[in-house]
Design a protein around this ligand. Sequence first.
Ligand SMILES: [Fe+2]
Ligand SMILES: [Fe+2]
Length: 350
Amino acid sequence: MPIHIVADAPAKLTSVCDILGPTFEVTTELLDAARFRSNGADAIVVSADLRVVENITALRAASRKLVRVPTRIFIIDQRTRLAIVQAYALGATHALVNPVKPAQLLAMLTDIDAPSIVPDETAATTAQEAASAGVASIASMFSAVINGSAINVAGARLAGAGIAESIAENGLSDWLTTVRRHHEGTYQHCLLVTGIAVDFGLSLGMARADIERLYSAAMFHDIGKAGIPLAVLDKPGRLDEAERAMIETHPAAGYHVLKGTPGISAEILDAVRHHHEYLDGSGYPDKLCAESISDIVRVLTISDIFAALIEQRSYKPTMPREKAYEILLDMNGKLERPLVAAFRDVALNR
Ligand SMILES: [Fe+2]
Ligand SMILES: [Fe+2]
């Protein structure tokens, strides 16, 4: 089986070659001059430090060639969540960390289900790291939709888990401040929704498995916006009728891009399609009524509206959390009353 190896330093090329050379037919390239001529290779091994911007730029530029190779193993230099999510966002199917154990790398090449590394759980997750990993994941899912390539579900889940960890460790207020300070537009919105939904789930005493469902649904909820021009998404001020109609296509569009994607559950599909439905049937796209709207969607919808209200935009002052919560209270009949009441603590105090 032919394997192509790309690394950001000659010593890394040598160490991967030493492991694979005796068993496989290998070709090699240095990343800064790589043309990714992996013609016919069954696997590519990329060994690079993903803290280096030039490495990320080179890998991003090569992504179309890269994803044609079925198995893509990234060997990274740090066992951090950000580096692992970044590897997935750049097209990895598996991730390992230097120094690599030969048996582990060989197992990955012969068994596609071999486990990748998991982040170092003992390291504290700062809000900033979790937000950077979140953006890397959301950016990659948006570009996958635009390019028609595979959406990386594992990366989104890993990034969502990082957000949940950061919220549990540092609280919601820290998350809101960090995200609004460093990120803009749709990415900012998706990070805010995910953090608020997680904190709402924690405050409701949800089980870990439900929190996982919630952050996965939140990470994907607006994926249908990938096809909408930024001029419409980020338009300052009111949208006209045609623009509003375009925005309202995003829940069904998101549902269609995710349908059939391995790892996307029926619950996530339901949440993506129905997060703009209201209990009184006045939402979209399916005008569902209360009995057809699941609990997880109800939680997500409240989190989504609140996040949209408190977003930081360059052209308008940020709405205080108290005012945003009053707007939720005024949405008579549309949101579940007891749930909005339970949201009070998240909205105002956490
Ligand atoms: Fe939405
Ligand atoms: Fe949203």
